[in-house]
Design a protein around this ligand. Sequence first.
Ligand SMILES: [Fe+2]
Ligand SMILES: [Fe+2]
Length: 289
Amino acid sequence: MFSESQLAAARPHAGKKLKVRAPKWNFEDVPGAGDTSLFDRTLFHALSLVFPDGERFFIRSVNAFKDRITDPQLLADIKAFIGQEVQHGRVHEFYNDTIIGGRADIQMYLKFHRWLNYDVIEPFTNWLFSNKISLSVTAAAEHYTATWAHKALTDPRVKNIRSESLRNLIYWHAIEEIEHKHVAFDVLRAVDDNYLLRVGGIAFLAVMMPAWVGLGFIYLLAQEKDVDLVALVRDAYADVSSENGLTRQFVKAFFSYFRPGFHPDDIDDERLVTEIAATVEQSIKASAA
Ligand SMILES: [Fe+2]
Ligand SMILES: [Fe+2]
């Protein structure tokens, strides 16, 4: 197990206070059919559907161990992490209900996803093994969301989204995922730094995440009218075959997590966050006016 001083020394965020932002976007500028390709839109929507319940799971998993943490900086970061994830869940839920749910049924998928993951698998694994499994899965999921976030901040397809609120929703979520990417990981290694426990979390997710996002993608696509299959396959192939596509980024993220000395802060994306945070904060301020 790592000592408090080792943890503090390893943290480039030392002394930095995480911000909890609370946007009030109503997404009225999001066009009915969206302003990105069907593939990009459906993939983002499939991710957005699993965010709110997933983020509540992350909060439960980290919260369960906060009493074991004594380092004041990590405790402050846990509080901000929870605050940020609460806001992500709230805003994505609103987006899911109004924008995705305005065009398609989402309830059947959401109910099944919630029941199997959080009413069956989560309590069963916590009972059978330990709730450290949930913490390990959360740390791995945060590594994946930080990977998605880095990709979102550099992707021209996001930059080209015309809807200001949708573009800023993606940027806002992405910068906060990067800001708090170390939190669940540091809690896990303070509680139990067992290598197999850590990589077990990402191995579990490597199966579960593509399965749920894939199922959500198919579920939403099945409700679309006038699907241009050629364009869809072309866009899917472009993502899978590109070095910068989300698929390869996730595969790289998966393998990097197995490195024994891995830490989320090994990937330096602070400059990206600083560049975009001011624009996002302006949009958040305007949304509350
Ligand atoms: Fe989040
Ligand atoms: Fe997160």
